[in-house]
Design a protein around this ligand. Structure first.
Ligand code: NDP
Length: 289
């Protein structure tokens, strides 16, 4: 069997960012509106700081305005809710993203629910979650949206495929399963209590792994020719003691069996911010209609 096609998430994300930039230009030209994204970071978690910096840079590169709000780790829930209220009212801000996780004194649910659903570019507000599960137009979580774009880059019509999602988190597993249902796939959601996971995975024409366990999915679990989308980002120790990123799928084994597969890094990762930019321009379009 030939080796799988490697799905180039970097290139597909770059294309998407270009398309978003063109939509931003059109909005400026036709409506005189520049889409704006506010990113709120509470505390000084180094990984979150890197994400926020990348989001801000790519927002500006796409022609949009970026508003960064960095608050100390001691910020109270009331202070954060006050800022969200200001951003909800601001005419310059079309998308609001609160970087998670939040410090323990702040109730994450309360904060997410305080964001205007029309500006909820992360797609975590219960109104957007509800619209998505009802099959209605919604702001959709970014990583799941990226997974679907990558799968469709291999097979534009996913109708009728047996899709297996491993993981049932609110940020990846559940929303990606909803999106697959919207694409008319037959969807199975597996999790830590699933019996005989390998045989469930072997049914999959399309596999989405969102677990957070390094190389858990082995090559002999994969159906020959399947499309494999690996969401996992796991830091492990490499051969020379250097840290190395791997996915939830044992890539070197799976690449010999699958039809197409995303690498880690360079697969799903780059799609997340690109989809965030897409959501922001979409939110700006809806708010200026
Ligand atoms: P969570 O920890 O919230 O969820 C993990 C899921 O995997 C749970 O539903 C859990 O089941 C399931 N699981 C755990 N162990 C097993 C097992 N042995 N067999 C089957 N299922 C299992 O993680 P997230 O959804 O937030 O993230 C998943 C991965 O994706 C992580 O590696 C994360 O870093 C990565 N990620 C990457 C993003 C990107 O590319 N931009 C964005 C978001 C996440 P149960 O519910 O039963 O506990």
């Amino acid at each position: 069997m030939a080796r799988a096609r490697i799905i180039d998430g970097k290139a597909i994300a770059a294309e998407l960012r270009k398309a978003v930039a063109a939509e931003v230009e059109a909005l400026k030209r036709e409506k005189g509106v520049t889409p704006g994204l506010a990113v709120v970071l509470v505390g000084d978690d180094p990984a979150s700081q890197v994400y926020v910096r990348n989001k801000a840079r790519q927002t500006v590169e796409a022609g949009m305005k970026s508003f960064e709000h960095k608050l100390p780790a001691t910020t109270s829930e009331a202070q954060l809710l006050k800022l969200i209220d200001e951003l909800n009212r601001s005419r310059d801000v079309h998308g609001i993203l609160v970087q998670l996780p939040l410090p323990p004194q702040i109730d994450t649910r309360k904060v997410i629910e305080a964001i205007d659903p029309a500006k909820d570019v992360d797609g975590f507000h219960p109104i957007n979650v509800g619209h998505l599960s009802a099959g209605e137009p919604a702001l959709v979580p970014c990583t799941p949206a990226g997974c679907i774009i990558l799968a469709k880059s291999v097979q534009p019509d996913l109708k009728g495929l047996e899709a297996v999602v491993i993981g049932r988190s609110n940020i990846v597993g559940k929303p990606v399963a909803q999106l697959l249902l919207r694409e008319d796939c037959t969807v199975t959601i597996a999790h830590s209590r699933t019996r005989d996971l390998p045989s469930v995975v072997r049914r999959a024409d399309l596999l989405i792994a969102a677990v957070g366990r390094p190389e858990m999915v082995r090559g002999d679990w994969i159906k020959p020719g399947a499309i494999v989308i690996d969401v996992g980002i796991n830091r492990i120790e490499g051969s020379e003691g250097q840290p190395r990123l791997v996915g939830d799928v044992a890539f070197n084994e799976a690449v010999e069996v699958a039809g197409a597969i995303t690498p880690v890094p360079g697969g799903v990762g780059p799609m997340t911010i690109a989809c965030l930019l897409k959501n922001t321009v979409g939110a700006a379009q809806s708010q200026t209609q």
